[in-house]
Design a protein around this ligand. Structure first.
Ligand SMILES: [Fe+2]
Ligand SMILES: [Fe+2]
Length: 153
């Protein structure tokens, strides 16, 4: 757990989002995920800036937690045939990813604060805020745009 893990995780997330976007049928859902893919690419750039600030080479380290979350998301998406259920499953899987990121950034920010790395705290907080906003957007899509209602109908 650390900077190398979240760097790896963000890259795996950027790789997995295109297939989720392709599978999503709800327009708000696919648009939201596409916007977050763009953000994710920028987040990777911010993490590279953090490595630079710390005088380290940007390097990922295999993180079994995010691999498991993504693997589960792919397996679930592969099993669901009903389109409306699929959208709800995608929302659920995407929210698991966002919650993972939110907790990891929270820890990294706390550590960076402890060490007095103010610039690092700023970069990481920008990423954290984007993850929180993405999670809120997914809630809106699921609850207000009827994704969950259609799934249980
Ligand atoms: Fe992210
Ligand atoms: Fe995210």
């Amino acid at each position: 757990m650390g900077l190398h893990d979240i760097y790896y995780a963000e890259q795996q997330i950027a790789k997995s989002l295109p297939s989720m976007i392709e599978l999503a049928t709800n327009r708000d859902l696919s648009a939201g995920l596409s916007a977050h893919l763009e953000e994710t690419r920028k987040q990777i750039g911010r993490l590279e800036s953090v490595f630079n600030k710390l005088g380290k080479e940007p390097k990922g380290e295999k993180c079994p937690a995010i691999d498991g979350i993504i693997e589960e998301a792919n397996a679930t998406a592969g099993e669901v045939e009903d389109k409306s259920v699929l959208d709800a499953a995608i929302v659920g899987a995407a929210q698991a990813v966002e919650h993972y990121e939110i907790c990891r950034y929270g820890t990294l920010i706390a550590w960076a604060e402890e060490l007095g790395h103010e610039e690092v705290v700023r970069f990481l907080t920008t990423n954290l805020n984007e993850e929180k906003a993405a999670n809120t957007k997914l809630n809106t899509v699921a609850l207000r745009k009827g994704v969950n209602r259609k799934a249980v109908a």
